[in-house]
Design a protein around this ligand. Structure first.
Ligand SMILES: C[S@@+](CC[C@H](N)C(=O)[O-])C[C@H]1O[C@@H](n2cnc3c(N)ncnc32)[C@H](O)[C@@H]1O
Length: 285
């Protein structure tokens, strides 16, 4: 099968994430309450302080860009970039609601950053870099736009077996329909999951003080139904696979996902482990 070009990957990503943007707004409070500690972790890893100029890559509906803007304060500023204009519009609405005037969001591809060299004090990114057609070019671009001594703090997903709330959806789909084996080099949720996948590129691009570690946490749902509904509403890659199924196959996948999810019952909730990979590095002085 022909590999898609970089332009085709970008166009597909843009369409996929635009389609799920309403789902991200619908579930915003639910996921933000469960994931807010990760924003704080990225802000700390990027060593943000008042007055800094920060770039957030693949901000989606504003994470961690909004917290970055609150942290750098009125004397600092944040630019968030995302491919999907519907995500950008949602992030802008949130910034307005929060009364933040030091943050702007722009539609664009983070592989080619439209900024002067040495122009940001720090770069953050949460769950975006594994979707890029060319991660190493993007990492070189990040290094270019960072000021000497500036930090990059990025979160990507760790391995599928450590993230069952995501992986069991794909396993359920595989049970009802033949899927090609995953291409480990193709853009996707777990593409940068292994230690060294992203940090190796970061080192290669000339960053120093590189760390690569797993961040272990959990998230909880009131029911298997809530888990299924929310995942289908926000996980663009899963939604794309589901769209190719018949109604009967979709019902089967839902049943299998809910059965598997119920194995994570703790008391009156479903509690899933989740593990992110945090890669943090510094542009040499
Ligand atoms: C899983 S969402 C994460 C959003 C947000 N950072 C968060 O953690 O809530 C991934 C985001 O990456 C964006 N994205 C994917 N490829 C991109 C690219 N090449 N350039 C810019 N954004 C991209 C998508 O549009 C989507 O909003």
């Amino acid at each position: 099968m022909m590999q898609p070009t970089a332009e085709q990957i970008i166009e597909t990503q843009r369409a996929d994430w635009n389609r799920v943007a309403p789902g991200w707004e619908k579930w915003d409070r639910f996921f933000n309450e469960q994931m807010t500690f990760l924003n704080h972790r990225l802000i700390a890893d990027a060593r943000l302080r008042p007055g800094m100029r920060v770039l957030d890559l693949g901000s989606g509906t504003g994470y961690p860009a909004l917290l970055a803007a609150q942290t750098v304060g009125p004397s600092g500023s944040v630019i968030g970039i995302d491919l999907a204009e519907q995500m950008v519009a949602a992030a802008e609405r949130k910034a307005k609601r929060l009364g933040l005037t030091n943050i702007t969001f722009h539609q664009g591809d983070v592989t080619t950053l439209p900024f002067e060299g040495n122009s940001f004090d720090a770069v953050t990114s949460r769950f975006c870099l594994m979707f890029l057609p060319d991660v190493s070019t993007s990492v070189s671009e990040i290094r270019r736009v960072l000021k000497p001594g500036g930090w990059l703090a990025a979160a990507v997903w760790s391995a599928p077996d450590k993230n069952p709330s995501i992986s069991l959806s794909v396993e359920a789909i595989r049970t009802v329909v033949d899927l090609p084996p995953p291409d480990p080099t193709a853009p996707g949720i777990f593409r940068l999951a292994k230690p060294g996948d992203l940090s190796g590129m970061v080192e290669q691009a000339g960053f120093g003080d590189v760390s690569d570690l797993e961040f272990v946490a959990e998230w909880a749902y009131a029911s298997a139904e809530e888990y299924y509904e929310s995942l289908l509403d926000i996980a663009a890659p899963v939604q794309t696979l589901m769209a190719k199924l018949s109604d009967k196959q979709r019902q089967d996948v839902k049943r299998l996902m809910c059965e598997a999810a119920n194995r994570y019952t703790h008391g009156d909730r479903l509690v899933f482990p989740f593990v992110a990979r945090l890669v943090v590095a510094r542009k040499p002085q």
